[in-house]
Design a protein around this ligand. Structure first.
Ligand SMILES: Nc1ncnc2c1ncn2[C@@H]1O[C@H](COP(=O)(O)OP(=O)(O)OP(=O)(O)O)[C@@H](O)[C@H]1O
Ligand SMILES: [Mg+2]
Length: 257
């Protein structure tokens, strides 16, 4: 059984940072191997994790769609996708990274998307933990390229408008029928406490238990100079909150002994 986590929210609120710190917390707990999925076409999960993705799944799909003759004789399309998806995996210590690339190029990839989704499902089944950094706007959920989730982490900045967007993301998820077992709202980059008005918006939407992550100089510095967030010092205050979340929501239910 694989425990799948997706991080989403509007642009620039800290989704990639939160995703990278969830991976870090799982690594620290030796909850491995982890499949990290960069579902954002802009591809920056790799930098936050301190690795460099080379191939993307989008390129594979385009290849197979444009040139079916590229599929070796005797290999079914689904075997070909399984093989190519595994080839696109970047292997690191304790985790592998899969970059999705562009969701669609010119032309219709509906059939390819379907086969790809099945290949992704088979891949995630072989990892106990999957952490997905989604693009802003929930494109992957709306295209239903995301399978059911154990934990949806929705991130907002400490503004009322941000919180309202987050509530809409949750409503969209429900409408699309993506099954989500558990949801965690995060208010990121908080100075002191999140404004009361923000907490009210979240509480009214039934998201009263939002976690607050402090504005952190070290995270900003690392992003500015290109140092991976995965290597934040162990006592970093933002990492501590994420570690608490992972222990409470993810590890408590999945470690047998
Ligand atoms: N708690 C924090 N304290 C300080 N800076 C932060 C914090 N969280 C994120 N940031 C900074 O905010 C910026 C945006 O973060 P990040 O790239 O994780 O957001 P994102 O939601 O993934 O953005 P995008 O929508 O572009 O993918 C980065 O420069 C990051 O360093
Ligand atoms: Mg991002």
């Amino acid at each position: 059984m694989s425990y799948s986590i997706a991080v989403t929210g509007k642009g620039g609120v800290g989704k990639t940072a939160v995703g990278a710190l969830i991976v870090r917390a799982l690594l620290d707990a030796q909850a491995t191997p982890i499949l990290a999925v960069d579902a954002d076409p802009n591809l920056n999960f790799d930098a936050a994790l301190g690795v460099q993705a080379l191939d993307t799944v989008g390129e594979i799909r385009e290849l197979a769609t444009a040139d079916r003759e590229g599929i070796p004789a005797g290999m079914s399309t689904s075997e070909y996708f399984d093989y190519q998806v595994r080839m696109a995996l970047l292997e690191a210590h304790g985790f592998d990274l899969l970059a999705m690339g562009r969701p669609e190029g010119p032309g219709c990839y509906c059939a390819a998307n379907h086969v790809l989704r099945l290949a992704m499902d088979r891949l995630t089944d072989s990892y106990p933990y999957t952490v997905m950094d989604c693009e802003a706007g929930m494109e992957h959920l709306s295209r239903r390229t995301t399978r059911d989730l154990d934990l949806l982490v929705v991130v907002t900045d400490p503004t009322v408008r941000g919180a309202q967007t987050l509530v809409r993301v949750m409503e969209l998820t429900a409408e699309l029928g993506t099954k989500v077992r558990d949801t965690q709202a995060i208010v990121n980059r908080v100075r002191g406490h999140a404004p009361e008005a923000v907490r009210e918006v979240l509480a009214q939407a039934g998201l009263g238990q939002a976690l607050e992550l402090p504005e952190d100089e070290e995270i900003m510095r690392r992003d500015a100079v290109g140092e991976p967030l995965r290597e934040l010092p162990a006592d970093n205050p933002v990492l501590s909150v994420i570690r608490g979340l992972v222990e409470e929501k993810v590890l408590s239910g999945t470690i047998a002994t």
